[in-house]
Design a protein around this ligand. Sequence first.
Ligand code: DHB
Ligand code: MG
Length: 229
Amino acid sequence: MRIPDYPSAESHKWSQVDSYFSGLLAPEDDVLKVSLAENAKAGMPAHDVSASQGKMLALFIAMTGASRVLEIGTLGGYSTIWMARALPDSGRVVTIEANERHAAVAISNIERAGLGNSVDVHVGTALDVLPNIARDMDKPFDLIFIDADKPNNPNYLQWSLKLSRPGTVIIADNVVRGGAVADPDSEDANVLGVREFLAMVAENPDLDATAIQTVGEKGWDGFSLIRVK
Ligand code: DHB
Ligand code: MG
């Protein structure tokens, strides 16, 4: 399922306000603009975070002092660039992309951004790659951004918990599913993945969480923000 567009009178206002906010507070430089253009040229879905959302991820990193960041779902590396730019000098983003073509574009975007030394792109299915990351990891991640195939969100949560410490922040993108997330009868695999993920979060006494709906240039969506206690 793709997040539907809402061709309401409001949706273009959401985009206008988004571009006003991001123009002021999260302006895109040429590196970010070219990355989006390269992603589009490669035929990727426009599932990148918005500039304001990228800035939000960067702020979360700065606010928590995160230096070890895990991203599940690189796509073309747009969010990766926002996050890597927010790291301290010694920081690293480890990011996983299942689609080889998308990963190649991401690597080139990240290199163009001058961030090749602070980002590790792992090409492969996250469920194949995560055990290797766990094996090679010397310290847990400080912040984890889950933004890949939604049916696997419950698995990604389990892996995130294995790779976390108390205080780790976990952010999951795209939890609204066009409103279907609130439908207990939905049979959509993406909705089921998000709902099971949220149920697991809710019943885990070691996690504290919220979920926030958003509107903007990406339409109606939202994210879940989780803290490991
Ligand atoms: C979808 C996935 C994303 O990661 C995103 O940012 C937007 C939409 C989707 O599967 O529809
Ligand atoms: Mg997303």
